[in-house]
Design a protein around this ligand. Structure first.
Ligand code: ATP
Ligand code: MG
Length: 229
């Protein structure tokens, strides 16, 4: 039986994903700054909260309440009541926040419709050049393992974002987190910046769909399909 999908509400991306996010795995989005990763997470989260499900949102970057208000419009208060927002300030706090979110989702006392970690690699990146690099890698691996198992057991879509580094050999932008992150995420989307509000989503990895791409754009009220015409 095909897995039910969680529609993102952005028509071109839903088509790309065969209907939306899968509920039993981790979906990763990576891309350069300003490519729309956070807006995408907010857009999907608002949609889930609007349906009356809980959103467990781990935010390392400081969610823009203005952008959330633009997406949620006059439903902001109602939507925030369904948000369990944690704002870790270092990798240790992030590990705890993710463990709490996973435990809540698995416990099943409240209907959790989505777990978001934006960004999964912000603090990890900060640790990379220091003496605690191995520790950071291990912490990230454990967090991802927890998220993978939670998605599978609790049947909750997990959405994580990842930052990029520029490969100086060929100039390409590569996701952080190495092969472990690459394996942990069953669906991987790359977001690219195009001129103006236009963005491209590339489906880099999926269990049952071929590599493909779709355009979307950033509007005053969130994300939408490509400019018509
Ligand atoms: P980062 O890696 O830095 O976290 P990101 O991929 O999460 O970046 P977002 O924060 O989702 O990026 O996207 C921000 C983009 O949205 C920027 O390109 C910005 O110009 C655009 N933007 C922000 N507010 C508006 C608005 N009101 N109307 C149109 N575009 C906007
Ligand atoms: Mg962001």
């Amino acid at each position: 039986m095909p897995e039910p999908r969680l529609p993102t509400g952005i028509p071109s991306i839903d088509r790309l994903l065969g209907g939306g996010l899968e509920a039993d795995c981790v979906t990763e989005i990576y891309g350069e700054g300003g490519s729309g990763k956070t807006l995408f997470c907010l857009e999907v989260a608002v949609r889930v909260a609007r349906e009356g499900h809980w959103v467990l949102y781990v935010d390392t970057e400081g969610v823009s309440v203005d952008r959330l208000r633009a997406i949620a419009s006059d439903e902001l208060e109602r939507i925030l009541r369904k948000f369990l927002l944690s704002t870790p300030k270092d990798l240790e706090e992030q590990t705890r926040a993710i463990a709490t979110a996973c435990a809540l989702a698995r416990e099943g006392k409240r209907p959790v419709g989505l777990i978001v970690v934006d960004s999964a690699t912000f603090f990890y990146r900060l640790s990379l050049s220091g003496s605690d690099e191995d520790e950071a890698r291990q912490a990230l691996s454990l967090e991802l393992a927890d998220l993978v198992v939670t998605a599978l057991r609790a049947h909750v879509p997990v959405l994580i974002t990842n930052q990029v580094w520029r490969n100086l050999k060929d100039g390409t932008l590569e996701p952080l987190g190495g092969s472990f992150l690459n394996h942990a995420a069953k669906t991987i989307l790359k977001f690219e910046r195009l001129p103006g509000p236009r963005r491209r989503a590339v489906l880099v990895k999926h269990r049952s769909l071929p590599e493909a791409s779709a355009e979307f754009r950033i509007t005053a009220t969130g994300l939408d399909g490509p400019i018509p015409g």
